[in-house]
Design a protein. Structure first.
Length: 157
């Protein structure tokens, strides 16, 4: 029986990084969660019932973002208990935060990959997930000074 692994990230560059791991998908009973937007709707054709969407929200529209984030958290709870992953792998950002904390409460292993885009400063999600991650991977050696318990994994591109 294959281990259930959830791959989750927000859309855009974080999802691009996450999809670099697609060669691992078939080794596991995998699921993918990301934000729904026009750029990634085509993923549903390829991944079908293994892909779930969360609402897309941007912090630039703070009023609507608050409501969308609340809905995102509720849907996260629903999806966590529907999938019941043993491992959560994420490249961030805010979409993944609630899932990782919920997973940690229920003893799911958390693997976080800090974005390739940052070479000198911590991301907001990286700061939130670092204390709870079972494995925290950075893509730049310089980031090990910011995250001393991290593992340098090199670029996933």
């Amino acid at each position: 029986m294959k281990k259930k692994v959830l791959f989750i990230s927000s859309t855009g560059g974080h999802l691009d990084e996450l999809m670099q791991l697609s060669c691992l998908f078939e080794k596991y009973d995998y699921y993918i969660i990301t934000e729904k937007d026009k750029a990634n709707e085509n993923l549903k054709e390829k991944y079908q019932d293994r892909l779930y969407f969360l609402p897309y929200g941007t912090r630039t529209k703070i009023f609507t973002y608050i409501f969308k984030y609340f809905y995102l958290c509720l849907k996260t709870i629903y999806l966590y208990f529907k999938i019941r992953p043993k491992v959560i792998v994420t490249t961030g950002t805010h979409t993944a935060g609630p899932m990782c904390y919920l997973g940690k409460i229920f003893r799911t292993k958390i693997i976080y990959i800090e974005t390739f885009a940052n070479t000198k400063k911590k991301t907001a999600t990286g700061r939130l997930i670092y204390p709870i991650a079972d494995l925290f991977i950075v893509q730049w050696e310089e980031m090990l000074t910011l995250y001393p318990k991290a593992v340098y994994g090199g670029s996933i591109y």
